[in-house]
Design a binder for this molecule. Structure first.
Ligand code: GUE
Ligand code: MG
Length: 292
């Protein structure tokens, strides 16, 4: 059997065309242009490249984007002041602080400073907590993108075995919670999991976000499984690969996402979605008042 290779770029393009129409509609009916502020602290080449992708995607969708570049020495309180100013800026509907941050800045104080109404990354504690009960203000972009891929391919989730490999706050844990909310049976594996294959072989849907190239080999994938590769690793030769042995696993899976061209494209697309949704709430006065 050879898997269907899921074209994340094509799914993203289809969604982005829909989102562009929503932007045009907002402009025409409410005179509101969605605005995203992206804060980049320091100048790591990887972060710079991700941020460039996001800003380019905004431009293509008709979304205003402001890039705020701060030195890696910026004190935490100065970063917080910038966030408070953006919280109060009516032209900005989404605020994203690119991670990772320099070690002297506490990630938790930064993420919690962002107004929940503008937390388009979905990383604020309120939104993280909302995942537990299924009522976020914004869903985190990568897990949301995984959900959209499954939806687009008509892959059912209810009652199926989902194994998530990787327990990060930004991918593994939220993905597990979102799919559990849809009545999947969910297992989360991580660095300390003994005998990974024991669990992954149970998976109808295997979501991998561990950051380890070739972690998932065909021997530990169930025949016919759906394999979603969230890994994004740059090899010494510059090539970008996921966490899955793509060539091997595609002969055993029923569906597989490539890297690049899979989940990464959807991450950016869901960021556009959340920013537009925020602007729509602003334009129609349906934000949740007084939350921070
Ligand atoms: N606050 C915050 N929010 C994030 O969402 C966030 C972050 N920090 N820090 C870093 C990670 C990584 N990330 C990616 C975004 C786009 C691609 C992407 O566009 N990938 C494309 C293109 C890859 C390429 O450049 O060739 C693809 O996979 O096809 C990948 C990874 C968002 N992140
Ligand atoms: Mg346009």
């Amino acid at each position: 059997m050879s898997a269907k290779i899921i074209d994340g770029t094509a799914i993203a393009a289809k969604l982005r065309a829909e989102y562009h129409l929503r932007v045009d509609d907002l402009k025409a009916r409410h005179g509101v242009t969605p605005g995203l502020a992206v804060i980049l602290v320091g100048d790591s080449p990887a972060s710079r490249s991700y941020v460039r992708n996001k800003i380019k995607a905004c431009q293509q969708a008709g979304i205003r984007s402001d890039l705020i570049e701060l030195s890696s020495q910026t004190p935490e309180d100065q970063l917080l002041e910038r966030i408070y100013a953006l919280n109060d800026d009516p032209g900005i509907h989404g605020i994203l602080v690119q991670l990772p941050l320099p070690p002297h800045i506490r990630v938790s104080s930064v993420l919690e400073a962002i107004s929940v109404e503008k937390d388009v990354d979905g990383f604020h504690l309120y939104n993280m907590g909302g995942l537990v009960t299924g009522n976020t203000v914004f869903s985190p972009c990568t897990p949301y993108g995984v959900q959209k891929i499954l939806e687009h391919e008509n892959i059912p989730v209810e009652g199926r075995n989902v194994v998530v490999v990787g327990a990060s706050n930004i991918v593994g844990k939220p993905t597990a919670l979102m799919l559990m909310q849809q009545d999947a049976t969910v297992v989360i594996c991580h660095k300390k999991t003994r005998d990974l294959g024991h669990f992954t072989l149970l998976a109808d849907i295997l979501v991998v976000a561990a950051g380890v190239p070739n972690l998932i080999v065909p021997q530990i994938v169930r025949t016919g499984a759906v394999v979603i590769d969230v890994g994004f690793n740059r090899l010494p030769d510059g090539r970008i690969v996921g966490d899955v042995d793509f060539e091997g696993v595609k002969e055993k899976a029923s569906y597989i996402t490539p890297v690049p061209g899979g989940v990464g494209q959807m991450t950016v697309t869901m960021l556009l979605h959340n920013t537009i949704l925020s602007a729509e709430r602003y334009a129609t006065g349906t934000q949740r008042a007084g939350m921070r």
